[in-house]
Design a binder for this molecule. Sequence first.
Ligand code: DON
Length: 310
Amino acid sequence: MYNLNDMDYQLILNELHELYTLEKDKGKVASYIPELKKVLPTKFGINLYTLSNKSYGVGDFNEKFSIQSISKVLALTYALQLVGKKLWNRVGVEPSGDPFNSLVQLEFEKGIPRNPLINAGALVVCDVLISNLKKPKENFLSFVQKLADNSNLSYNLKIVASEKKYGFKNAAHVNLMKSFGNIKNSVEVVLDLYYHICSIGMTCEELSQTFLLFANGGVLPNTNERIISKSFTKRINATTQLCGLYDEAGKFAFKVGLPGKSGVGGGIVAVHPGKYCITVWSPKLNKKGNSVKGLKVLELFTTKTEASIF
Ligand code: DON
């Protein structure tokens, strides 16, 4: 086992990066959002950010990529901050066991999504944000900038337009939920906010830093500002653990043992409460929409460090 002093984290990240840079994998860059296809498939970065404000990075850890579904955790946090536990009347907390964009359960379960981290759930969360914010897009971006302690974050409007053009299935989700009364605002406005929040660009380092509050009981480590209660933080981490990698969440818990969230931009961020956040970016995805190298790196990281939440 490694002695987990500060030096060792950099050493471990370097080792993992070297090992998996050489490895060929069968993953494919997401192509259903044409703008995402433009990324170089060999991009590969890792960052670990500790609660003691130390950052360790290797490879392309300082290059921005589209965080996509990772922002569902941030939207959930904001909605819980705004409306509290009432949110659970409109979205569940059970793993879906289905792909992130599956419509199958939604009709059976009368327009109540299984959880806030599948597309249906995130769309309901966006609806809640719209109902409770004066300027939802501006307010959401400012919220994320505050969590990240970084004003250099923005929406990528090319990605928004690209996803909007081909977003037939997301439109189907919102329409179906609206038919059950679980969407209060107009379909177009809900989709527009959803595509914006997915389009935010961040580096691995920025993502790790943004997620530190989930390792810190809901408090921003830099300013000591409480964003969300300890109890909600526990629930957000639990939801992330159970639902963050969709129908691969069980395997992720089994192999990595940390709450984690993936996005089709190829990022995965994982949280070790009380310690750190770690982000891996590698755009080639497996069939479940999760980064192939991201999964491998995180599995070997928690194996080498013998540190998981279990
Ligand atoms: O709605 C979509 O399809 C994308 N904006 C987000 C999907 C995503 O990142 C799923 N994650 N693995």
